[in-house]
Design a protein around this ligand. Structure first.
Ligand code: THU
Length: 130
């Protein structure tokens, strides 16, 4: 996990968690992606009255990063509330896998619980067109 400023990535995830729009689930998620060139791009979950149109924090961050011109990522920090940190959902794992399976994933809670993974552990045998 060398070369990743985890405190900065966690701080960005916590800050964006505070902007989550989650009036239906009240489950607030923040995600901060570290790009290959050292930028941090954050995203929160954005819910919708249709429920199905909701976008998770991780995908919000990925889509913002791609829109800003980034296609390579080193790490993502994801913050959720509760006793144990939540892990990215299946759709978000597949979206993250599009840009590389070696991504380091840190899931944590504001209270200090955390778990670290490689994306390849969270999504073995990801779908690919290759
Ligand atoms: N959510 C995320 O933001 N990331 C995940 O990986 C799982 C779920 C959001 C979607 C929804 O707004 C709320 O958490 C409850 O599912």
């Amino acid at each position: 996990m060398s070369g990743v400023d985890w405190p900065a990535l966690k701080a960005a995830a916590l800050a964006v968690q505070g902007r989550a729009y989650a009036p239906y689930s009240n489950y607030h998620v923040g995600a901060a992606l570290l790009t290959a060139d050292g930028e941090i791009i954050a995203g929160c979950n954005v819910e919708n009255a249709t429920f199905g149109a909701t976008c998770c924090a991780e995908r919000t961050a990925v889509f913002a990063a791609v829109a800003a011109g980034h296609l390579a990522f080193r790490a993502i920090a994801v913050v959720t509330n509760g006793a144990a940190p939540g892990t990215p959902c299946g759709i978000c794992r597949q979206v993250l896998a599009e840009f590389g399976r070696d991504l380091e994933v840190l899931c944590f809670t504001p209270e200090g619980a955390e778990a670290r993974y490689l994306l390849s552990e969270l999504l073995p045998h990801a779908f690919t067109l290759k």
